[in-house]
Design a protein around this ligand. Sequence first.
Ligand code: 5GP
Ligand code: ZN
Length: 112
Amino acid sequence: MNDCIFCKIIAGEIPSAKVYEDDEILIFKDIAPIAKIHLLCVPKEHFAYLSDVTAERAALLGRTLEKIGKLRSRLGLDDGYRLVINQGENAGQTVHHLHIHILGGEPLPWGN
Ligand code: 5GP
Ligand code: ZN
């Protein structure tokens, strides 16, 4: 999508601190971290909401969760982490390209 900031990051048009990339996902550092480790995991395919998920996208999200679990040590998350997906206005979603916040690196207060 032309005006999507995460599509631009995926395309390399906007710089980001990448920590992992493969053919289907990119993980990079959040520009405004709310935890010691705050990463964003984005599917390379643009879609905004879980309500846009098809069977293929559900399979992609499943592989993505599996990948995050396997990358745990490499990402510095051995002591635990939290995944957050904001959806819509009430959740404060600001970027309308589905993304998983990965939070960790310290004890996390509930409600971040
Ligand atoms: P949301 O509120 O939509 O769930 O989260 C969007 C996240 O994207 C925010 O935590 C925000 O800090 C992050 N973000 C927005 N623009 C950029 C950017 O240009 N680069 C990076 N690395 N993160 C961004
Ligand atoms: Zn996008």
